[in-house]
Write a protein that binds this ligand. Structure first.
Ligand SMILES: NC(=O)C1=CN([C@@H]2O[C@H](COP(=O)(O)OP(=O)(O)OC[C@H]3O[C@@H](n4cnc5c(N)ncnc54)[C@H](O)[C@@H]3O)[C@@H](O)[C@H]2O)C=CC1
Ligand SMILES: O=C(O)C1=NCCCC1
Length: 313
């Protein structure tokens, strides 16, 4: 029998995944992904199994990155209705394999990876696309992604004001109370969005929560939810009037109702902007529609495993 795989839990993952190290790795992964076969990323569209009886979904997200020589698959579940406050709506595990022979090297908590890599990619998009004077940050939603986005955005940028709105005011207040800096709780999404320079939508909404008529012209929006073809976070006015960036054109056009239903046309992948083959527009309203990519999990899991191995040889 060979060696047993390492089991790496959420606390250890959190310790090793610091944004300053993760962001440059994700930038490279986005460039590789958007470089076709030359980029060496093999990432099929993920498989999603609906568990209709419980309004849940199971997703399988495999990827290989030649440049990182890393092979993973994430298995993620997400449930529309929370069954208890202790069980997160999204749970995930990343399996890391030895690419040369297929041996399973590690079973790694995928929840922290999902939260942090998604937020880090939004920060990358925002650095490229935000208006030059961005003073007000608005977050719609107050769950796990809201937390990780708040963390990285307050670390990477210096907003003068941070606002949050959530369907349940009490949850928005809890978010503000536990945040490290000052967060202004808003009573309506419109109040939160009004005059904001950067907006993040991190909800499980299935109908629009952000309307184009509310958005300050030139603002940048990171749209993180609406990962099913019949789910929306943004309305048609916004989708039709913005310059639309995505992580993966193929996946976004198939998976997100914000694009499928509005039929908005995609301008570029973020990886193309990082590569310099497509421009970063900063004087118009921009949307980064994120659906999440397996290769982001691959480079994150490799970082965690390599860091863990260095301390546990
Ligand atoms: N693009 C990506 O890479 C990823 C996207 N996601 C998506 O991001 C979104 C947020 O995920 P988490 O923070 O982990 O979930 P969560 O369950 O921790 O938080 C969800 C938030 O959405 C709010 N919400 C639920 N239904 C709503 C509705 N109908 N209208 C307005 N707000 C509503 C909840 O009150 C809560 O604040 C989800 O849509 C999730 O699927 C999650 C992981 C990766
Ligand atoms: O990329 C991911 O991981 C996810 N994206 C959409 C929702 C489920 C998790």
């Amino acid at each position: 029998m060979g060696e047993q795989p390492a089991f790496i839990g959420a606390k250890v993952v959190d310790k090793y995944l610091d944004f300053a190290t993760l962001i440059p790795l994700l930038e490279k992964a986005l460039i590789h992904f958007s470089s076709g076969s030359e980029g060496g990323v093999v990432q099929p569209i993920r498989t999603i199994v609906p568990v209709a009886k419980y309004s849940g979904f199971l997703g399988v997200m495999p990827a290989y990155s030649k440049w990182d020589d890393a092979l993973t698959t994430k298995v993620v579940t997400f449930y529309e209705k929370k069954t208890s406050s202790e069980i997160p709506s999204h749970q995930a595990t990343v399996l890391l394999f030895e690419p040369s022979n297929g041996t399973l090297k590690a079973v790694i908590d995928g929840r922290v990876i999902t939260d942090k890599r998604t937020a880090a990619v939004s920060a990358i998009a925002t650095k490229l696309l935000k208006p030059s004077h961005a003073e007000i940050l608005c977050i719609l939603g107050s769950g796990a992604q809201a937390q990780s986005h708040y963390q990285v955005f307050t670390q990477q940028f210096s907003f003068k004001e941070v606002r949050v709105w959530s369907r349940t005011r009490e949850k928005a207040e809890r978010f503000a109370r536990t945040a490290e800096g000052e967060v202004h709780v808003c009573s309506t999404p419109q109040e939160a969005v009004s005059g904001a320079d950067v907006i993040i939508t991190v909800t499980m909404a299935t109908e629009p929560v952000l309307f184009g008529d509310w958005v300050k012209p030139g603002a940048h929006i990171n749209a993180i939810g609406a990962c099913r073809p019949d789910w929306r976070e943004l309305d048609d006015v916004l989708m039709e009037s913005c310059v639309l960036y995505v992580d993966s054109k193929e996946a976004a056009a198939k998976e997100s109702g914000d694009i499928v239903i509005s039929k908005a046309s995609i301008f570029a992948e973020i990886g193309e902007v990082l590569k310099g083959t497509k421009p970063a527009v900063t004087d118009k309203t921009t949307v980064f529609k994120s659906v999440g990519m397996a290769v982001e999990d691959t480079v994150s899991a490799k970082l965690v495993y390599d860091s863990w191995l260095a301390e546990n040889k």
